[in-house]
Write a protein that binds this ligand. Structure first.
Ligand code: HEC
Length: 118
């Protein structure tokens, strides 16, 4: 009986792992092209062109997907981002966020500096 419980648990853990990692949606190369419209503010390296533009590089993809859907459907209001997110399809959002998530984050080296500073 104990052995059976172990096998069932292992199976469940494998399923969890498989679905847990399936969150990495989107195509990075396609996202890089689509992100050209975002670079003026979020920076070509994704770390923000100025302190008032959030750094997206290395950010959790799930978080950015959520934020963009909220801007798109108006649950999160920001005059700029509501307009930027409006034309994006689900696929665009997956691709663009895959790209930004793949970029190296500068967050760990920000201490004592201003965001967006080179
Ligand atoms: C004209 C400047 C500008 C452009 C262009 C722009 N953004 Fe933004 N973005 C902002 C600002 C400002 C905020 C912060 C808004 C807020 O406080 O909700 C923001 C917020 C975000 C956030 C949420 C970040 C967080 O930490 O919560 C995401 C994700 C995002 N933008 C993605 C994009 C994508 C993808 C594009 C291109 C399709 C884009 N942005 C284009 C200015 C811009």
């Amino acid at each position: 009986m104990q052995r059976r419980t172990l096998i069932v648990s292992l199976f469940a853990a494998t399923l969890l792992f498989a679905f847990g990692t399936a969150g990495a949606a989107g195509n990075i190369a396609a996202g890089k092209k689509k992100a050209a419209a975002c670079e003026a503010c979020h920076g070509a390296n994704g770390n923000g062109a100025a302190p008032n533009y959030p750094a997206l590089a290395g950010q959790y993809q799930d978080y950015m997907i959520q934020a963009l859907h909220e801007y798109k459907d108006g649950q999160r209001t920001n005059a700029i981002m509501n307009g930027m997110a409006a034309p994006l399809t689900d696929q665009d959002i997956d691709d663009i966020t895959a790209f930004f998530a793949s970029l190296p984050s500068k967050l760990s080296s920000l201490h004592g500096k201003v965001q967006g500073a080179k």
